[in-house]
Design a protein around this ligand. Sequence first.
Ligand code: GLY
Length: 284
Amino acid sequence: MAGLTISSFGKCTHAIVRAIPNSLGQLALRQEKGKELDLARAQREHELYIGVLKNKLGLQVIELPGDESLPDCPFVEDVAVVCEETALITRPGAPSRRKEVEEMKRALEDLQLNVVEMMDENATLDGGDVLFTGREFFVGLSKRTNQRGAEILADTFKDYAVSTVPVSNFLHLKSFCSMAGPNLIAIGSSEAAQKALKTMQQMSDHRYDKLTVPDDAAANCVYLNIPNKGHVLLHRAPEEYPESAKIYEKLKDHMLIPIANTELEKVDALLSCCSVLIYKKLEQ
Ligand code: GLY
């Protein structure tokens, strides 16, 4: 199994994001109907998120234009899985999201990554179901992601072990977990989240540290390893999830950046959903 990326886990030079179309308010997919979304506020929160990546962390941010015919298009994480120099363009589980891949493919090709497309019509995979730990992949088998999708991911990233985890109570695997550091899994407290963690622990020959937060949605954070800044963690703001924020605030080695994501959460999008993070070595 590869271990090459452990010391460089979270390193990142570029981020791909996509603007929020007006259609998102009414038409974005959501598990729970009837939650009113404040579109202007969602756009402000999204701009702040992009501003953090660009201005605070100094990433090169590629901002794809929103598309009114693709209301879920800002959730770029679902359409590409990037690891080292390879990018897998997914086949999203929701048919209404399939065309989102086109703009992403162009952006990844422009970055000269090795782009692989998931062409098999029996496969589905949303990037929100993919947890890369730096040592291995866990893939949630959910309403959006199937076994064939996980197999294609395993074929694409052959250096890494890939294990599957059943996900039933949530949209995606990363609806209740994420990496908060090179060896640290952030996990929600619900019974379903804890059960999924146990499954992951049983399937891995590595022992990860865990950071348990009271709120499942707050367990979705974004870890980066940035030169001159070190461990950086974007996590949900104390105004939204005060008890979970208190847990993050105990991470003394991390530069902590609280981010509000009140509106997009109403359409099941959490912090990691809105960016694809990429590390490109400088040309010699
Ligand atoms: N609204 C995000 C999704 O359902 O894919």
